[in-house]
Design a binder for this molecule. Structure first.
Ligand SMILES: [Zn+2]
Length: 205
């Protein structure tokens, strides 16, 4: 089982968790930047993180994994890969399905994905901020007749405030501390805010 420090090391090595002074896409400033895609781009890291997340649900029967696209795709696949082959399966392993937004923005199952009645489903996402996409995915699975038995994420940024109606586990907690630029203590200390993903450094106002 991976320790919290080992998990953090993977994220930090890949630049998926950075410490400093950032201007987030919301315009808020923060001392931490998290972008799971940057760690999941490395297949060996993705595989290890999938194994670690799957291990949190070793006492739960899981027949399928369903993830909200796009953020949940890779980690959903890796968690499903790490789960034991279900009974009466044909050697393909636990299926990893995904829900995606249609033209009207509704989360939906497309591509012929099918959930059997009473199929036990684990919903997997990369990051919980409010947990909204996981909530929507749980509803999609239930409307399709499946039974959501648990939900998992790599990182919980809510500070433990999210309450799902099913058992929920995250690999690590990295609470968001963000500030309006005018209230930002990092700005006040004189350091410039950096826009992650941009090569340009922005100076604080
Ligand atoms: Zn700032």
């Amino acid at each position: 089982m991976l320790k919290r420090e080992e998990i953090l090391k993977m994220f930090e090595t890949a630049g998926a968790i950075r410490h400093g002074h950032f201007e987030l896409s919301s315009g808020l400033h923060s001392g931490t930047y998290v972008q799971c895609a940057l760690v999941l781009q490395y297949p060996r890291f993705a595989e290890k993180l999938g194994q670690a997340l799957a291990a949190l649900f070793s006492d739960v029967r899981i027949d399928a994994v369903v993830s909200p696209a796009i953020g949940g795709l890779i980690i959903g696949q890796e968690v499903a890969r790490a789960l034991p082959e279900p009974k009466n399966q044909f050697g393909g392993g636990v299926p990893a399905l995904f829900a995606e937004r249609d033209a009207s923005g509704m989360m939906t199952l497309r591509r012929g994905f099918d959930i059997r009645p009473d199929q036990h489903v684990l919903v997997v996402e990369d990051v919980w901020t409010t947990g909204g996409s996981t909530e929507e995915t749980i509803r999609v699975v239930e409307e399709a007749g499946g039974r959501v038995v648990a939900a998992g994420a790599l990182i919980d940024r809510s500070g433990g405030t999210i309450e799902f109606e099913v058992e929920a586990q995250s690999l690590i907690q990295v609470p968001i501390a963000s500030y309006e630029p005018e209230d930002c203590p990092l700005c006040r200390s004189g350091s410039p805010a950096v826009k992650p993903g941009s090569r340009f450094v922005r100076t604080a106002p």
